[in-house]
Design a protein around this ligand. Structure first.
Ligand code: ZN
Length: 431
């Protein structure tokens, strides 16, 4: 931030409770983001990196300090703990993941708190080319006066999902300190390796023991996500014929060229991540490895609509067939792997789960914005396995990037919303 510009008085909080929770949320958040918890897709271990366990252990200690005596660290690195509620209530799960994405540097994060954001661009001190620009980011332009947290520009921040972790911790700590406030029994669950799609690989629903759950892993204020992509991975292997290039005339069948042709045959201005939004699905080549002899292309296909997802897979099958039609000496195999389904169907069967969240948002003066997730979340798999788990906002923005940021006011709103949600589930209307 330009030091010559004066900061403003900080923007107000959504409710007095949010104001009361704000410093605790911020303190925890700043503590958690400093721990390197990047997950690693190339690791065979679980969790994929040891740093995640450093945060899991810290959370275990903090939960015990708060008074959640049954807090445990499972052999797979999940942290589970219970805050008992009123008698004969519903057990509500609260989930967030401790790992951060691996596509942007994530060690030695030094968070910066910009109090009373005055508007205008924020130049990050670690890399002056790293600028948060309100003309490109309407969410930032709308947060004049907020206290903002960023990295120094050389790493991600880690609001995804340490904002969610901090908000759950602050909300639970507040309820533990205020035993007179009736609330539902809470099962806290902190997961690992969410960013590499292994977040719930060893998640034991019986051990967790919640009737319903919420992930705190959404983004901007008000976002409420009860639908995700349905997802498949398609692996196409093209076998050509390798020979010495000096004597290749009439013999060589170069699989790399056939693979390039296949990618070039994809639609140019549709059906790709770079040309779609909202509910539009896509086919995305995301890895290619090969030699003249053999090339493997890995695609992901995504759509909220499972029938359309199947059409995307069929498109790739047709393109694979075309390769052989054009070059009959080539051999092509197509393997399709199911990754996750759209969680919407499982959540729709339990309408009260989303209704209660909507009510909690409104009690803190936040209007819910329903957004279909263009991706998956821990909730996609958990919902499919029988634990309806929509995704709630955390106040973090611009995830997985050097310019990731979070508003303290919005994070405090999320923590206050969580307290309201747990109160709602103890009210007679929710029984
Ligand atoms: Zn996340």
């Amino acid at each position: 931030m330009d030091p010559s510009r004066e900061t403003l008085a900080s923007a107000p909080y959504v409710t007095p409770l949010a104001e009361e929770l704000a410093e605790d949320v911020l303190e925890r958040f700043l503590r958690y983001v400093r721990i390197d918890t990047q997950s690693d897709p190339s690791s065979e271990r679980y969790p994929s990196t040891a740093g995640q366990l450093d945060l899991s252990r810290l959370l275990l200690d903090e939960l015990r300090d708060i008074g959640l005596q049954d807090a445990t660290l499972t052999e797979h690195g999940y942290v589970f703990a219970t805050l008992p509620g009123v008698a004969a209530d519903t057990t509500v799960g609260l989930l967030a993941h401790v790992d951060t994405a691996s596509d942007t540097p994530g060690s030695s994060v030094s968070p910066i708190v910009h109090r009373g954001y005055p508007g205008g661009p924020i130049v990050l001190p670690g890399d002056s080319s790293c600028v948060l620009d309100p003309t490109e980011t309407p969410e930032l332009a709308a947060r004049v006066g907020h206290d903002l947290v960023t990295s120094d520009g050389t790493t991600l921040l880690g609001a995804d999902d340490k904002a969610g972790v901090a908000e759950i911790m602050a909300a639970v700590a507040w309820l533990a300190r205020n035993p007179g406030v009736p609330h539902a029994t809470v099962r806290v669950g902190f997961t690992v390796d969410e960013e590499i799609s292994r977040g719930t690989d060893y998640f034991d629903l019986d051990e967790f023991g919640a009737a319903l759950a919420y992930t705190l892993d959404g983004s901007g204020l008000g976002s409420l996500e009860s639908e995700s992509f349905a997802a498949k991975e398609i692996r196409i292997t093209i076998r050509g014929r390798g020979t010495h290039p000096g004597t290749a005339k009439g013999k060589l069948v170069n699989s790399l060229k056939l693979a390039a042709g296949l990618i070039a045959a994809l639609p140019e201005d549709s059906l790709s991540p770079e040309t779609t939004e909202g509910r539009q699905g896509f086919v995305h080549p995301h890895r290619i490895r090969g030699t003249a002899e053999e090339t493997t292309l890995v695609f992901i296909a995504r759509d909220h609509d499972e029938a359309k997802l199947e059409e995307h897979v069929q498109l790739l099958r047709r393109l694979a067939d075309d390769v052989v039609r054009q070059e009959p000496r080539a051999r092509v195999t197509v393997d399709v792997e199911f990754q996750y389904g759209n969680m919407g169907r499982a959540i729709d069967a339990h309408p009260r789960v989303v209704e209660a969240a909507v009510e909690a948002y409104r009690r803190v003066g936040v209007e819910p914005v329903f957004e279909p997730i263009r991706g998956g979340t821990d909730g996609s798999r958990l919902s499919a396995e029988g634990l309806p788990t929509p995704n709630l906002f955390t106040g973090g923005q611009d995830y997985h990037s050097f310019t990731e940021w979070a508003s303290v006011q919005d994070m405090a709103a999320a923590a206050a919303m969580v307290v309201e949600l747990l109160k709602i589930w103890a009210e007679p209307a929710s029984a």
